[in-house]
Design a protein around this ligand. Structure first.
Ligand SMILES: [Zn+2]
Length: 395
């Protein structure tokens, strides 16, 4: 059984690969209600640390999974815990307190703005931060409306969703290296399930280190849309933001065994940019031309059957990009032609808890139960659907 879980979600556009940290999941005990605890423990560096937060999982060996007041997940090995006490209910941080606490943990020079659903921490121009926030808010509204109309129960996040925007690529790379290693050189942003944050940088390349610069959000938007790489840059931001929304609206559960094809398929389904709109993104379910072109050129029989039962194709540099294209095609097909079954399939996985593991046999049976079909049969139907939309878009 694969005992690793992978927690960084990113958009694969450039054929980049990502070495992901692997950790052994502790053996699970029964799921406990989320009580508030205080844990005194020793860090791997030998320091003494006290953490407070929601107890999400308690393992048989005493290890705990704790979510702190900034929504960061901590996996604390049982043998490092000196003391654990249950606290009475504590008030969540206000958006302002969350902003202050988050900025305090970032390099000097960061400010924050809060919007209805987001906390944007930035050290680039406020105009860029506002432009990003407007795009994210538009996506938030579209995402929630889309899935509730589809029949899924979506929930509002308890706290603002946190997005960190660095002013330039170098500072971003320095900070991102700690989380994603060398991949920070080639990816423009990522969502981390452990921190629940998106980290990215100012893709206009304005390199303004002065957060008080009075650049308006409309001039920031114009700069972005003029960038020759605007399309893939906006797609990346929307892709990562879709992951964050899916994990916070209840479609997926952080660190649970959500199939990678499902998570990446949904993110690619939403990512399609629209450069005719001043925010760079407008609607859900538009044809994702780049992914469509790739699957038409490199359709791989049997790939769907493989990634339904195991995530390996997404971790293999030789086929990850084509796996993303197949995941987009499958989600587009299921969402359009088998919406009710697709929602039942999503709901099957969102009942699983953090650090649970699924066997390939369990994943196959979940798929067959939801769609009443063998994956290979559905692959054929999907192929016809893909050719039909390709004919429509090329007329
Ligand atoms: Zn992704």
């Amino acid at each position: 059984m694969d005992t690793r879980y992978l927690y960084i979600c990113f958009a694969l556009f450039l054929g980049t690969t990502l070495e992901l940290p692997a950790q052994a999941a502790p053996p699970l005990a029964k799921q406990k209600p989320a009580k508030i605890i205080e844990v005194s423990h020793q860090t791997p560096q030998g320091n003494h640390e006290i953490l407070r937060g929601k107890l999400l999982v308690e393992a048989i060996d005493g290890s705990v999974l704790l979510e702190d007041d900034q929504q960061i997940l901590h996996i604390i090995p049982g043998e490092s815990i000196a003391e654990q006490t249950v606290l009475s209910e504590v008030d969540p941080l206000t958006p302002k307190q969350l902003g202050q606490k988050t900025v305090a943990s970032l390099p000097d020079g960061f400010s924050f703005i809060t919007t209805r659903h987001y906390l944007i921490c930035y050290n680039t121009s406020v105009g860029y931060a506002r432009w990003s926030a407007a795009l994210l808010e538009r996506l938030f509204t579209g995402f929630h409306a889309f899935w509730s109309q589809a029949g899924l129960e979506v929930r509002q996040p308890e706290q603002p969703l946190v997005v960190i925007i660095f002013s330039n690529r170098n500072d971003y790379k320095r900070a991102a290296e700690k989380e994603v290693g060398d991949a920070s050189h080639s990816i423009v942003g990522y969502y981390n399930q452990l921190t629940n944050r998106i980290t990215t940088y100012d893709i206009t390349g304005s390199d303004s280190n002065d957060p008080t610069t009075r650049q308006s959000s409309s001039s920031a938007g114009n700069l972005i849309l003029r960038n020759p790489q605007a399309s893939s840059l906006i797609a990346t931001l929307v892709h990562e933001a879709t992951h964050q929304l899916a994990f916070n609206a209840g479609l997926h559960v952080r660190l649970s065994p959500t199939p990678v094809w499902l998570s990446e398929g949904i993110a690619t389904y939403f990512e399609t940019p629209d450069l005719t709109n001043s925010r760079g993104w407008q609607s859900i379910g538009a044809i994702n031309e780049a992914r469509l072109e790739l699957i038409l050129k490199q359709f791989t029989p049997g790939l769907i059957s493989r990634f339904i039962v195991e995530d390996e194709p997404f971790h293999n540099p030789d086929e990850a990009l084509i796996a993303y294209a197949h995941a987009w095609a499958l989600v587009s097909f299921l969402e359009t032609m088998r919406r009710e079954d697709f929602c039942a399939y999503i709901a099957h996985f969102n009942k699983k808890g953090p650090l649970e593991l699924d066997t390939p046999a369990e994943r196959l049976s979940a798929f067959k139960n939801a769609f009443q079909s063998e994956p290979d049969d559905l692959e054929q139907e999907m192929l016809q659907y893909i050719h039909a939309i390709a004919r429509r878009t090329r007329q």
